[in-house]
Design a protein around this ligand. Sequence first.
Ligand code: FES
Ligand code: FES
Length: 145
Amino acid sequence: SNLDTLYRQVIMDHYKNPRNKGDMEGETLHVNMNNPTCGDRIQLQLKVEDDKISDAKFVGEGCSISLSSASMMTEAVKGQPVENALEMSDIFSQMVQGEDYDDKYDLGDIEALQGVTKFPARIKCATLAWKAMEKGLGNEEEETD
Ligand code: FES
Ligand code: FES
């Protein structure tokens, strides 16, 4: 359908011109995450100040779904309070699993990934960067306790 074509174009645009790819200066945390199914891995770097994500970048290797998702995720969470970013991650998980999801956030390009509901093996690719963010923010909370 036209929607599938549009979604594929958005995904390929993020894959070919990734946003926020590269190393960050002055990150407050970085976290490595791999997809056990294929061995692909990404490293996410976040700068968290006053419970807000002021910057997000990533490096790594992976398929078009995982890398475009990382690009979209870093765009979406930048400037968001930690709490909102974690909630967006839940919403994203629901979206790619084909569940009903809350539309309280403007997910923008991210909605292009809802096509993965048709390819269950790729859900882990789509959620890789989001899981990295969850892991990193979880670790940070432990460190500050
Ligand atoms: Fe098979 Fe990603 S793990 S497509
Ligand atoms: Fe490895 Fe998609 S095939 S992350």
